[in-house]
Design a protein around this ligand. Structure first.
Ligand SMILES: Nc1nc2c(ncn2[C@@H]2O[C@@H]3COP(=O)(O)O[C@H]4[C@@H](O)[C@H](n5cnc6c(=O)[nH]c(N)nc65)O[C@@H]4COP(=O)(O)O[C@H]3[C@H]2O)c(=O)[nH]1
Length: 748
């Protein structure tokens, strides 16, 4: 220890600054030890000043005796040893002196281990230039002392943030830098975190409000001000309740949950400075101290106004007609069901008016959709003007509207309203400067006499509306129980069938056909389906006969041809192989003048190769006028389209008579297929059809194959193609397409 003392005394005698600063540091350490709890900054600032003071006292005249000097040095050595701050001297870029605390801070066991180490080795690479520059400034006398923070490297490579305050000195007769160092890593980390937290607080888009335990606002962020309109100064110190629209009860619940779980989340109604209420999504959390006492509440909230508006808008759009702003069909049905429930509870009567604009379609077709739309909007306005506020108007689609009157004892007011509606709509409309006339037919059904639920009332009002149309349009008709339901239902079906095409309610399903010999997909048959808005999926058995009767099968059939060809080409373009597409042609279509044009148009527009289209005709269709049929079939064949006879065996044609027709295949009716292999007659007929058809060069297709035995029999009998539920039901295009990708591997 003596050696250390002598050595140090010798080395430091020349350095007044060094000793002063060191003493100051020691003094500051002592202050820290004495419990003065000085912040690091104060220690560093005070250290040199106090040191110089001590030095002055120690070196005052009269105290310069040896004894005093020795005593002073002993004390000084103790101070240095016990120092709570690091003391160091750097000379020529290396550590020339370090005290015990310096070694401890840098992770060394003894101060001597530091002596001679380049300062650069003890410094984070990014801070070396800062350090070098600061040393230069002091050594060249540009500044006497500098305080700065930098990253020191500990022996184990970890970083320590050090706050150093040093100045130039003379050490062993040569210039050096000496200083004091404090570990401020925790403060730096804390400051960093505070800065981050502050940035989050300042830049968050959510409003943030911090209150004390008594809900008095301590701080708010800029987003709070943006949302509420209150500045930080206006809010601070006030109770957070100033913002809420919640009653004391609701607040109690929130507080109870906060006490229980420390967190509450939910939607609240808050008030802006301008008095406007707004919905806010709020989450509040409790902050507790080490003793678990609540110190603060932190609320984070967003203004939900936009979201609420969007939700309301979406709800509105889903239930309203975008053109007229009235309820749409689904909105009307939902509302209608609610009103019926209320009417039932309150014993009220309701009346439903079903309004159809006569000849609207003509306006639409001749003057275009824009004029049609304008007319619909104008008609809606007129109807609205006739309402007293106790009715609900809806547009079902197209030119159909309903009005539900909410209290209609005896139906008299419904009749008056129907009359007013008819009269107002029969006044001329001026659309784009052009005068237009329409009329309306109105059907009325009453609750509860004509139906107890929304669909029944709607249907009956529709029936009554048709009766009104029958009676010459521009009139109204109440539904009566003696109306011929069947006839009207037929009429309804017919009418909705007509609209189905316009509204795109038809779709095609496809049933696969497989080659019996290879099991490969040989083709698909297109089968029409009607997706009815109320009835759901309607199968052709329900409407094809009617469509044949009223001739609608012609435009419907044309659509089927067009759609099947389009789909076939789409599959081709996707690289799928499917053999051919079979499409049913009804007798009425076959007799239509424009059949050839329809087929050609479907093929040309789609780009489907004609050889991939097969048309299925029934025997009766061609037997009706054999001469003309042969000519027509020849021309279809000339286009490259294949022809097949459907349901063979159910008509009167003999196999021999088929010879004269240019056919490619025939389809054994599923009535025969059903009986094989057990019914001897069916077996005999099926085998005979297959044998003779083959002799005539026709391919044979069996339909309605439902069992494995039937499939085996047909294969053994030489039937070329099989189709039926066993092998695949009719399915949507996307589903049958999956089969096509795997077509090569399918085994029938
Ligand atoms: N029991 C049984 N039935 C099977 C089996 N495999 C298929 N089927 C059904 O048999 C019908 C086959 O078509 P189809 O004989 O041409 O008979 C068709 C056809 O004559 C007519 N049709 C369908 N689509 C159209 C079309 O686009 N135009 C015309 N004109 N008629 C069509 O409606 C009829 C019925 O069509 P769908 O109801 O789709 O009924 C389809 C199909 O679902 C089976 O294994 N067992």
């Amino acid at each position: 220890m003596m050696q250390w003392s002598d050595h140090l005394r010798r080395k430091l005698r020349s350095s007044r600054h060094w000793t002063g600063a060191a003493l100051g540091a020691v003094a500051a350490s002592a202050m820290v030890l004495a419990g003065l709890a000085l912040p690091p900054l104060a220690v560093l600032v005070l250290a040199p000043a106090v040191g110089v003071l001590i030095w002055r006292v120690v070196t005052a005249p009269g105290l310069q005796s040896d004894l005093a000097l020795r005593e002073s040095e002993r004390k000084f050595r103790n101070f240095v040893e016990q120092s709570l701050v690091g003391l160091y001297v750097v000379q020529d870029g290396k550590v020339a002196y370090a005290n015990r605390k310096s070694a401890e801070l840098l992770g060394y066991d003894e101060p001597e281990q530091l002596i001679g180490l380049p300062v650069a080795d003890l410094t984070h690479p990014d801070d070396i230039s800062l350090l070098t520059e600061n040393h230069r400034l002091r050594l060249e006398g540009e500044v006497t002392s500098i305080r700065y923070t930098y990253r020191a490297l500990r022996r184990d490579g970890s970083v320590m943030w050090a706050d150093v305050h040093g100045s130039a000195c003379e050490y062993e007769g040569r210039p050096a830098v000496m200083g004091v160092a404090l570990d401020v890593s925790r403060q730096v980390a804390f400051e960093h975190q505070s800065r981050l937290a502050n940035r989050v607080f300042e830049s968050a888009t959510e409003g943030i409000i911090i209150t004390d335990a008594e809900h008095r606002i301590e701080a708010v962020n800029p987003a709070f001000t943006r949302i509420t309109g209150y500045s930080a100064a206006e809010a601070t110190g006030k109770l957070s309740r100033m913002l809420t629209g919640r009653g004391a009860e609701a607040n109690k619940e929130i507080l109870a949950q906060l006490r229980r779980d420390g967190l509450w989340q939910g939607e609240v109604r808050d008030r802006r400075k301008n008095g406007n209420w707004y919905p806010a999504w709020m989450s509040i959390s409790t902050v507790r101290d080490a003793e678990q006492r609540v110190t603060n509440y932190v609320g984070v909230f967003t203004d939900n106004t936009r979201r609420k508006e969007d939700e309301t808008r979406l709800r509105f759009l889903a239930s309203h007609d975008s053109l007229t702003g009235t309820l749409n069909r689904s909105g009307m049905m939902a509302r209608f069901a609610r009103e019926i429930a209320h009417a039932q509870d309150e014993g009220r009567q309701l009346a439903l008016l079903f309004i159809d604009l006569d000849r609207f379609k003509t306006v639409n077709d001749t003057l275009g959709h824009t004029a049609g739309d304008q007319l619909l909007v104008a008609a809606t306005q007129r109807m609205r003007q006739q309402l007293s506020g106790n009715e609900i108007i809806a547009r079902l689609g197209g030119d159909e509207f309903t009005i539900l009157t909410l209290d209609t004892p005896g139906g008299g007011s419904a009749a008056k309203l129907a009359d007013r509606i008819i009269r107002t709509l029969s006044q001329p409309f001026s659309i784009d400067g052009q005068e237009m006339y329409i009329t309306a037919s109105v059907g009325v059904a009453c609750y509860p006499s004509d139906g107890k639920d929304a669909p029944t009332l709607l249907k009956n009002a529709d029936v009554a509306m048709y009766r009104a149309k029958e009676r010459g349009r521009n009139t109204f008709q109440f539904f009566t129980a003696d109306m011929n339901h069947q006839a009207f239902e037929q009429m309804l079906l017919e009418n909705s069938l007509r609209r189905a095409l316009e509204r795109g309610e038809f779709e095609l399903h496809y049933q696969p056909q497989f080659a019996t010999a290879t099991g490969r997909l040989a083709g698909v048959e297109a089968l029409i389906r009607w997706r009815h808005p109320e009835l759901g999926m309607v199968f052709p058995g329900t409407f094809i006969a009617l469509a044949e009767q009223n001739g609608l099968i012609v435009p419907i059939g044309a659509w089927v041809l067009k759609e099947a060809c389009r789909q076939g080409k789409a599959w081709l373009d996707e690289g799928r192989r499917f053999g051919h597409i079979a499409v049913n042609l009804s007798a009425r279509q076959f007799a239509a003048d424009d059949l050839l044009d329809t087929i050609r148009e479907a093929l040309d527009n789609s780009g489907l190769p004609p050889s991939m289209l097969e048309l299925e005709l029934t025997e009766s269709a061609i037997m009706h006028n054999p001469g003309e049929a042969i000519e027509l079939l020849d021309r279809i064949r000339d286009m490259g389209v294949a022809l097949s006879i459907d349901d063979f065996g159910t008509g009167y044609s003999s196999l021999a008579s088929l010879k004269q027709y240019p056919l490619d295949s025939l389809k054994i009716d599923r009535g025969f297929v059903k009986g094989v292999p057990h019914d001897a007659d069916d077996v005999a007929i099926t085998e005979a059809i297959i044998a003779i058809a083959h002799k005539m060069g026709l391919k044979v297709v069996a339909e309605g194959v439902e069992t494995a035995q039937q499939a085996e029999f047909l294969k053994a009998a030489g039937c070329d193609v099989a189709q039926g539920f066993l092998l695949g039901r009719p399915v949507a295009a996307s589903e049958v397409a999956r089969l096509m990708t795997a077509a090569d591997t399918v085994v029938a």
